[in-house]
Design a protein around this ligand. Sequence first.
Ligand SMILES: O=C(O)[C@H](O)[C@@H](O)[C@H](O)[C@H](O)COP(=O)(O)O
Length: 253
Amino acid sequence: MATRRVVVFPSSAELGPALADLVSSRAGAAVASRGRFTLGLSGGSLVSMLSKELPALPDLDCSKWVVGFCDERLVPADDPESTYGLYKTQLFTKVNIPESAILSIDSSLPVNECAEDYTRKLKKAFPDDDKPVFDMLLLGMGPDGHTCSLFPDHPLLEETAKIVAPISDSPKPPPQRVTMTFPVVNSARCVAFVSTGGSKAPVLKEVLEGREGPALPAARVAPAKGELFWLIDGPAAADLAIPVEKPGSGARL
Ligand SMILES: O=C(O)[C@H](O)[C@@H](O)[C@H](O)[C@H](O)COP(=O)(O)O
């Protein structure tokens, strides 16, 4: 199992550039060895962080990137709740990811068909893999410990057959979504969580240090053969007692 690296930055102002540098370094390595970089995106605060920091990188070339979504809300792309829609207006207009290499859901379909359609898109994009092996997945964590659209105590936590699942009873609105499942998340070559703000401190302690009762969804992310990063800021790390890394400014991860 991967070694987990918990990296604490004073604030999200320092975290953002380090995240962009990590993405760009894993992208460079993936393109050099496999000819492309496969990246899974999540919503929440990652959208604005990536949209600010990635285009600011000098000479970023995304022409060999293939981008999917770790989860998505079943709403039209022009709905303000659409993760794809937010990335489209904030990031995809600023970087050269080929439009055909952006794997998004078809929100016109009912949720079960939408998940099947997205499953087909992923299988087509990863024809050589039993399960899609993404070079990098970027994840957030909700205050309840959910990640992707995998919520505490939900039966989808035990899904092993599907690579993408529909969910129609999400406790966080909107209720209908599609999500990657743990078998895909834990097959990735690199997973990076980004979690910031003092409201995340109690759940972050439970996820990183353990708790009584079943492990929270975010604590079940442990790529079998990949890297696992937790990039957090000082306020989110406030309750942690475990050793953490505190990189100097500009240090590479
Ligand atoms: O689909 C959703 O409802 C959100 O995308 C959600 O899952 C978000 O990613 C986390 O709550 C982390 O949010 P922050 O990045 O804002 O901490």
